[in-house]
Design a protein around this ligand. Structure first.
Ligand code: ZN
Length: 248
């Protein structure tokens, strides 16, 4: 058994018995961990966010109980509360979608420092974004996260025949990315996608920070990434909106 101090972004939080909670959090050094916190709940001031609420960053001390995946968290200090998320429903929904997706794609106890940094930076970015910048932040987060965990859409060659030089590419969420014309039979509903869009998607996946996107591009990317997530993530994501018709 070891005792560790680490910074943790809370992904999920469930009340447990009278005064305890079960949490899933993404730590800077240990990856995603699950923990039990005793004696946390009680008469807390409701105006401010409390330690270990979802979407807060905390410094925690936990006992690594090697025999189980559930660790006892003995101390937690709130570092960042992201109070601004509580002021607007849409902002909260988007922030919640980031932690839900991170939770869905990360394995327990697999150190992912780059994903931790990405999630932390993205939450900070979102908290200061103007509303029109948020879509680009989301597109970057989804692509970069999927890239870091090896789950990204295939954008540089056809998912059917692996050909890299493609005159007209098609986007197929079901096939996992790009299709060439000769492989359209694999997904006849695949839609044409321009080289410029493919390049922009690839650049987003490699970039450390969001890049500005035109409104139509950001909207189109979000739709395609949402389709991709519906196909590829085993767990249905609650924060994913309903499918929308593709833009003309
Ligand atoms: Zn092909």
């Amino acid at each position: 058994m070891g005792i560790h101090t680490t910074d943790a972004i809370v992904l999920r939080h469930y009340p447990y018995r009278e005064t305890s909670a079960l949490v899933s959090c993404l730590t800077d050094r240990f990856g995603k961990i699950k923990g039990l916190i005793k004696g946390l709940r009680g008469p807390q001031p409701s105006r401010y966010r409390s330690p270990m609420e979802p979407l807060t960053i905390n410094r925690i001390v936990f006992y690594d109980s090697r025999s189980s995946a559930l660790h006892l968290i003995s101390q937690c200090d709130l570092l960042v509360s992201f109070q601004e998320f509580s002021t607007e429903w849409e902002l909260m929904r988007m922030a919640a979608s980031f932690v839900e997706l991170a939770d869905a794609v990360l394995e327990v106890e697999e150190p992912q420092p780059a994903v931790y940094q990405l999630l932390r930076a993205t939450l900070h970015q979102l908290s200061t974004d103007r509303p029109e910048q948020r879509a680009a932040t989301r597109v970057h987060f989804v692509l970069r996260l999927l890239r870091l965990v090896g789950f990204q859409p295939q954008l540089d060659q056809c998912t059917g025949c692996n050909q890299a030089t493609i005159a007209q590419g098609f986007w197929s969420a079901g096939q996992g990315g790009l299709l060439c014309e000769a492989c359209l039979h694999l997904d006849p509903s695949a839609e044409p996608i321009s080289t410029a869009w493919l390049e922009a998607l690839r650049a987003c996946a490699e970039a450390d920070a969001p890049k500005p996107l035109l409104h139509q591009q950001a909207h189109g990317f979000q739709q395609r990434l949402d389709e991709f997530l519906r196909w590829r993530i085993d767990r249905p994501l609650k924060t994913l909106g309903r499918p929308q018709p593709a833009p003309v």
